[in-house]
Structures are given as structure tokens and as C-alpha cells.
Design a binder for this molecule. Structure first.
Ligand SMILES: [Zn+2]
Length: 228
């Protein structure tokens, strides 16, 4: 898909969509499975014990039939949801192309699931990443991998937004990066203030997107243009 970056107008680049699989399960460039499945780096029996404790503490009987396999199931789930902890997002930005392309690249609507670190409840949404390269251009799917890596861990949306922007600055030395994340937090919809439908939007603008108003409005138009 990298050819899309040289000639195709930016709005024609399709969204990367859901990455679908986990960093722990990803095949490498040659199609070989990745070395370490997420569960191997997680203390599963410890999670199982803790889940049994929680079940007892809320007044349940962890031994009753319906709950007997729950601790093991939850352990596997946490290994999956937090597998980003064992993945260095920088590694996805090491393979770049030297390209004389200095216009904006935008990948819109990269879906993600993360876990709010305050409540350990999911927040889900989409990330939009725009950047202006200064020679180093990455494959579009790599941006989705970065989102996957930083989201699959206990997170807060503000930090996640900032982290993605900083990764592009540090690893690709971009001229500018704009990251906008829109997410629904279940800690706001199913508990606390209980406001279903509320969407939290965060953005990080760096380099020319911070200093240049017209670059900033251009990227915001490309992200939101056809939704207004
Ligand atoms: Zn929360």
C-alpha cells in the first residue's frame, strides 16, 4: 500500500481499520509466528487466584458451576488485553522508506480497545494519525500497530494520544504530527455519572501542526470533513 503515499490524494487513502490480531500473535515480515505469545509473559495462576478472591469478596461462590472456569478465562482475557505491555511500540517504526514526500499522510479511523487504568474498564474508539514526513515514511499498517501496542495496556486516553505523537517524532523525525483520539469510556457509561453516548476527544499537535494554523485546519478538515 505504500505506493499510495506518493501520488494518491490523501483523502483517497483508506482507513487502516481494525488490526484484528494481537502483537503477541502477529506474524513477522516473513510470515513466521511471533516468538512469545502474550500469555507466556503473564502470571496466569496469580490472576486466577485474584479473580476467585474478588468473586468471594462480592458475595459470590467461586466454586459454583457457572463460575468454576471464570478465573482461568479472565486470566486469558487479561493476558490478551494487556499484551501491549510486552510489546515495544517503537519496533513498529524501525522499518521506514526513504521517500521524497513531504505532504501530509493521514490514516483515519484506526479502531482500538484499551483499558482505563483507573477502573480497569474498557474504553474503545478510533485514532486518527496525520504526519508530515521529513524523508522517513512508514507503511500505513505500522501506524495501526503502534496504536495497538500503546492501547493494549492500562491506559488513560490523554497519555495514549501523547505517546503516539511522541513516538512518531522520536522514531521518524517527522516535521509535524497530529493525533486525534475519540473514545467511549465504559467507566463513564456504565458506572459513575452513567452518560451513555458521551465521547471523549483528545488531540496532540506537534511541529508544524502546532505552529501553523493552516496545517492544523487542513488535518482537522481531513479527519472530520465529511462528517460535518
Ligand atoms: Zn475510568
Amino acid at each position: 500500500m505504500n505506493h499510495a503515499m506518493t501520488k494518491t490524494p490523501i483523502s483517497a487513502i483508506p482507513p487502516a481499520g481494525d488490526v484484528g490480531s494481537l502483537p503477541g500473535e502477529l506474524a513477522d515480515e516473513n510470515g513466521a509466528p511471533a516468538a512469545t505469545p502474550a500469555a507466556a509473559q503473564v502470571d496466569m495462576p496469580r490472576i486466577e487466584r485474584a479473580v476467585r478472591e474478588i468473586l468471594s469478596a462480592v458475595g459470590e461462590d467461586p466454586q459454583r458451576e457457572g463460575l468454576r472456569d471464570t478465573p482461568a478465562r479472565v486470566a486469558r482475557m487479561y493476558a490478551e488485553l494487556f499484551c501491549g505491555l510486552h510489546d515495544d511500540p517503537r519496533k513498529h517504526l524501525q522499518k521506514f522508506f526513504t521517500e521524497k514526500y513531504d505532504e501530509m499522510v493521514l490514516v483515519r479511523d484506526i479502531s482500538f480497545n484499551s483499558m482505563c487504568e483507573h477502573h480497569l474498564l474498557p474504553f474503545t474508539g478510533v485514532a486518527h494519525i496525520g504526519y508530515v514526513p521529513s524523508g522517513k515514511v512508514v507503511g500505513l499498517s505500522k501506524l495501526a500497530r503502534v496504536v495497538e501496542s500503546v492501547s493494549r495496556r492500562p491506559q488513560v486516553q490523554e497519555r495514549m494520544t501523547e505517546q503516539i505523537a511522541n513516538l512518531l517524532i522520536d522514531e521518524l523525525e517527522v516535521k509535524g504530527v497530529a493525533v486525534v483520539i475519540e473514545a467511549t469510556h465504559s467507566c463513564m457509561t456504565i458506572r459513575g455519572v452513567r452518560k451513555p453516548g458521551s465521547v471523549c476527544v483528545t488531540s496532540a499537535m506537534k511541529g508544524i501542526f502546532r505552529s501553523n494554523l493552516s496545517s492544523r485546519s487542513e488535518v482537522m478538515n481531513l479527519i472530520y470533513g465529511d462528517r460535518r
